[in-house]
Design a protein around this ligand. Structure first.
Ligand code: PEP
Length: 241
């Protein structure tokens, strides 16, 4: 698995007409990094069809821990794979906040994703209060301990909750501190396989700050929300990687 990855999270945005942005993105030459776009579940199949055979992989934004059953409104990992997804975002702070998802549930979902052949993109990150209290590394370590699956086939996104959608980012030194710590934790847990795990930074990544963030130690790419919706912005971020 290539370690460099630019991933887009469309969140609860995007109608069929917005696939035009993906078609525009696909007109660029294939970049030297992996590219992933995660639309709402309603668009996964159509986006996967539009991206078939291209440099853009498609992912879901969540999956249920069960493969099927009486869970009205939910989407399972095999369903996402069947629709053409190769990845799924899990444990995003908006899921943790809006739906009360805890580390154990994220881990169960990650195991379900792996069983369905999907690569989980597991999100961790501290709140502003936790950072102010000096608890950032402890919070991230606890989230990693509780939400990682048993095997190393995964992607991690460090997303400080206070940086998501706010236009604020940690300093480059703060990002390096967390990413270096995560790499060490993963090495202790998975051994040499930890070297292959992409560590993404997420939270207000834009064309204007992407290059400096990508130059930070152990930052292998980004999980991008708002700036992934437009081909021009996301394309510029991909180029910076
Ligand atoms: C996200 O939702 O994962 C995210 C990083 O959002 P934004 O880039 O808009 O801050």
């Amino acid at each position: 698995m290539a370690r460099k990855l630019a991933a887009g999270n469309w969140k609860m945005n995007g109608l069929s007409a917005d696939l035009a942005e993906i078609r525009t993105l696909l007109q660029a030459p294939a970049p030297g990094c992996g590219v992933l776009v995660c639309p709402a579940a309603t668009l996964v199949a159509a986006m996967a069809e539009a991206c078939a055979g291209s440099f853009v992989a498609v992912g879901g934004q969540d999956c249920h821990a069960a493969a099927k059953g009486a869970h009205t409104g939910d989407v399972s990992a095999p369903m996402l794979a069947d629709a053409g997804a190769s990845h799924v975002i899990l444990g995003h702070s908006e899921r943790r906040a809006d739906h009360g998802e805890d580390d154990a549930l994220v881990k169960a979902k990650a195991e379900a994703a792996l069983a369905a052949g999907l690569l989980p993109v597991i999100c961790v990150g501290e709140t502003e209060a936790e950072r102010d209290a000096g608890e950032t590394l402890a919070v991230v370590e606890a989230q990693l301990a509780g939400s990682l699956p048993e095997t190393a086939g995964l992607v991690i996104a460090y997303e400080p909750v206070w940086a998501i959608g706010t236009g604020r980012t940690p300093t480059l030194e703060q990002i390096a501190e967390v990413h270096d710590a995560m790499r060490a934790t993963l090495a202790a847990r998975f051994g040499a396989a930890a070297e292959d795990i992409p560590l993404l930074y997420g939270g207000s990544v834009k064309p204007g700050n992407a290059a400096e963030i990508f130059a930070v130690s152990n930052v292998d790419g980004a999980l991008v929300g708002g700036a992934s919706l437009k081909a021009a912005d996301f394309g510029a971020i991909i180029t910076a990687l």
